[in-house]
Design a protein around this ligand. Structure first.
Ligand code: CDT
Length: 300
């Protein structure tokens, strides 16, 4: 047995009126709760510090000023880093990154238990559109506000656990998981903001949760990884997003699931050896994969 205490800190809504300070207080409270429940690592949502601003059309200058972080950590977020270091607990956090040369990414970081950033990921699969759709009930402007991530999906050693990360829409793509599995990821962590209404076609609302869960469960199983996924959810200024934060085992089974659409910590003491069983048998990549027949995946 090789155990790692995983925690997912789901967030209820962050409204336009909520400032960074109040949000970071909520994150710290959940960090403490996770620590009290023996967690080693906490997963926070995508764009955790602000409302899901891609739903609003605005100028790039306004977006940068209101929603992007030009430094990480910065004065607003430093107390979270300090508390993590104090408690000796690592975390994953999603935020909007503004680089010194003016690039904008939907990013996430891995922070170890000493409060040091050891990994960064910049979202690759950006959903939505870049044009203003005045007739839509809300916008999904990730393609306007963010550049496509400039590096592949990475895997980092977090206190002895090989951890990969992605963000929201990435979880729906099999390639995301396989690229991390081929780097021997043991745990994949991710945050998401998933509107319950699809602005592109009249999708039945129940499918949003169904597709979220089916993607995580199938991907965890097919790639022999634990998955820990954190929602920001509930009604942000009237715009509803799904909850359903989960921890999924490499069996594809959900071992912990949030039951609210509010701030809520779920935990599970994950046995990394469970994935070994799959990796040595049905999904022994070296013995069974046939990459010579997968060329079309990268050629198209
Ligand atoms: N944040 C994010 O990536 N949300 C998307 C919504 C897709 S609809 C344009 C998701 O895949 O959940």
């Amino acid at each position: 047995h090789r155990k790692v205490g995983l925690a997912v800190a789901q967030m209820g809504p962050v409204n336009l009126a909520d400032d960074r300070g109040s949000v970071v207080k909520r994150l710290i409270e959940m960090l403490r709760e996770a620590h009290g429940r023996d967690a080693d690592f906490v997963v926070f949502p995508e764009l955790a510090l602000t409302t899901f601003f891609p739903r609003y059309w605005m100028s790039m200058q306004e977006a940068e000023e209101r929603y992007f972080e030009a430094a990480m950590p910065n004065s607003h977020v430093q107390p979270l880093f300090d508390e993590a270091r104090h408690l000796g607990i690592g975390f994953y956090l999603g935020y909007a990154e503004l680089t010194p040369d003016g690039q904008r990414f939907n990013a996430s970081i891995l922070v170890d238990k000493s409060g040091t950033i050891i990994g960064k990921y910049r979202k690759i699969h950006l959903p939505g559109h870049d044009d203003h759709k005045p007739d839509a009930p809300f916008q999904h402007l990730e393609k306007k506000y963010f550049d496509v991530g400039d590096e592949t999906f990475g895997v980092w050693n977090v206190e002895g656990t090989k951890m990969g990360m992605c963000l929201c829409n990435d979880r729906r793509w099999p390639e995301t998981w396989r690229v991390m599995a081929l780097q021997s990821a043991e745990v994949v962590v991710l945050g998401y903001n998933t509107p319950s209404q699809n602005i592109h076609w009249p999708e039945p609302v129940h499918l949003r949760m169904h597709h979220h869960l089916i993607a995580l469960q199938a991907s965890a199983y097919q790639n022999c990884v634990w998955a820990a996924a954190a929602a920001k959810c509930g009604y942000e200024d009237g715009h509803h997003m799904i909850g359903g934060s989960v921890i999924v085992a490499p069996t594809g089974e959900i071992v912990a699931q949030a039951s609210t659409e509010d701030d809520e910590v779920i935990t599970f003491n994950a046995d990394l050896a469970l994935a070994e069983t799959f990796r040595k048998n049905v999904f022994d990549f070296a013995r069974h994969r046939r990459p010579e027949h997968y060329r079309i995946i990268v050629d198209r």
